[in-house]
Design a protein around this ligand. Structure first.
Ligand SMILES: C[S@@+](CC[C@H](N)C(=O)[O-])C[C@H]1O[C@@H](n2cnc3c(N)ncnc32)[C@H](O)[C@@H]1O
Length: 408
């Protein structure tokens, strides 16, 4: 889809400012120097907070001004030693790691399998969840789970529960949190949102509600062919068909450009995007939502597969105010964020936090943030069969572009 003027709108003025800013702040002559390291690698990318949101658990690492903007951290500010992530996790490098991932045949094979795997949107009816003693906990409404029938290298097929309707409020809370933070620094839009992993489109719909108030753009990348064809593309086309000239006007002026959803691997899409941003052909995003499913066996039980892309993601973010939203929960997670996850995020961001979204919010209307996992969605139950009570949303801000300078 061509979007006349969209890359240039901000790109013309802001991007040259952005490059100048990079030189002034970080000492890069140009982002090109770093992006060149990945030359030839990217091909894809064809086309209210509640009072109960908990205090941030991860301290901002650098300065008090930033800490103030994000609310008071629950623990004292801490100064991280440079490259502290490397001390504990030597395998987590910068762009070298990205280059390794791009070349990794095991990953490439997994990407191909996931791209071609059949996806099913499996309906379920309303139900009741009890604790292990049979005591009533909550009722949940009907919904659907996204199940991917993933072929394995040994020829078997594994049904993967990728996500379900019961997670919708988790996605909504994440998007609202991002806009709460973004609008602390800049009230008016436009804001650019890039999502990695479209899934059932819950975050996408919420992002558009936010952008309808403020202006901006939404792009996404989705790897699975069925999810792309039957959900992402359908939604994209329906939205764009209704986004007529009149409808696209947002309060305060400005316009909402069309949604763009690209089929393909987010890793490669980010490489392409970083190059385009550097060339002034694309705008950096204000928020990147990282919400991919761990398609490699080695990524299970760690919750780090999204964070592996951070060195690349920060090249696609607004260098001043860009932020990421991510979902720290994984199967077997002890709750909150793990030291490995924290270390990876703090390596690339000056301020990092998470908030817990509670389960079983019967005291709040259905449409609020509480999550009520359905029995049909095993991922949100612990090993004893009890529903998980808190699901975290991670957010991090103020990209440390100097980290790439160290590795360039
Ligand atoms: C949990 S869902 C995303 C949910 C979405 N944020 C929402 O609110 O509905 C994860 C999605 O990531 C997609 N995915 C997995 N690996 C990917 C990759 N490398 N690139 C792009 N999408 C990927 C999956 O096919 C799946 O649709």
């Amino acid at each position: 889809m061509s979007l006349p003027g969209r890359g240039k709108e901000r790109g013309g003025s802001l991007l040259s400012g952005h490059d100048a800013e990079m030189t002034r702040r970080w000492g890069f002559s140009s982002l090109q120097a770093m992006v060149n390291r990945l030359r030839g690698a990217g091909q894809e990318e064809s086309p209210q907070e509640h009072a109960t949101i908990l205090p941030s658990s991860i301290p901002a690492s650098d300065d008090t001004v930033q800490a103030d903007l994000l609310g008071t951290p629950s623990s004292p500010l801490r100064q991280d030693p440079p490259n502290s992530g490397d001390i504990f996790y030597p395998s987590f490098g910068g762009l070298e790691k990205i280059a390794e991932l791009l070349d990794d045949p095991e990953r490439q094979a997994a990407v191909e399998r996931w791209r071609n795997a059949r996806a099913e949107f499996r309906q379920y009816g309303p139900g009741v969840v009890t604790d292990t003693q049979g005591n009533f906990l909550y009722e949940y409404p009907a919904g659907e789970n996204l199940v991917v029938r993933n072929p394995q290298p040994n020829g078997s097929v594994v049904e993967e529960y990728v996500m379900g309707t019961s997670e919708a409020n988790w996605s909504k809370a994440a998007v609202d949190l991002a806009f709460r933070e973004l609008t602390k620094n800049r009230q008016g839009g436009p804001f650019g949102v890039l999502e990695l992993g479209f899934g059932q489109g819950f975050a996408a719909r919420r992002a558009m509600q936010q952008l309808e108030l403020r202006g901006g753009w939404y792009d996404a990348v989705e790897l699975n062919g069925d999810v792309y064809e039957h959900r992402a593309k359908v939604w994209e086309e329906a939205y764009n068909a209704n986004n007529t000239e009149m409808d696209s006007i947002v309060p305060g002026g400005g316009r909402r450009p069309p949604i763009r959803i690209y089929p393909g691997d987010a890793l490669r899409a980010l490489v392409t995007r970083a190059r385009k941003i550097d060339a002034g052909e694309e705008q950096p995003a204000d928020v990147i939502i990282l919400d991919m499913y761990p398609i490699l066996e080695r990524d299970r039980g760690r919750g780090t597969h999204d964070l592996d892309l951070l060195a690349l993601a920060i090249l696609c973010l607004d260098p001043e105010n860009g932020m990421i939203i991510w979902y720290p929960h994984f199967e077997g997670s002890p709750g909150g964020t793990t030291p490995e996850q924290e270390s990876m995020v703090r390596k690339y961001f000056n301020a990092a936090h998470y908030v817990d979204i509670p389960n079983r919010r019967d005291e709040f209307p259905e449409d609020e943030y509480g999550i009520k996992p359905a029995n049909e969605y095993p991922y949100l139950f612990d090993a004893n069969g009890n529903p998980i009570l808190y699901l975290p949303v991670g957010y991090a801000r103020y990209p440390k572009l100097e980290m790439l300078k160290r590795t360039a």
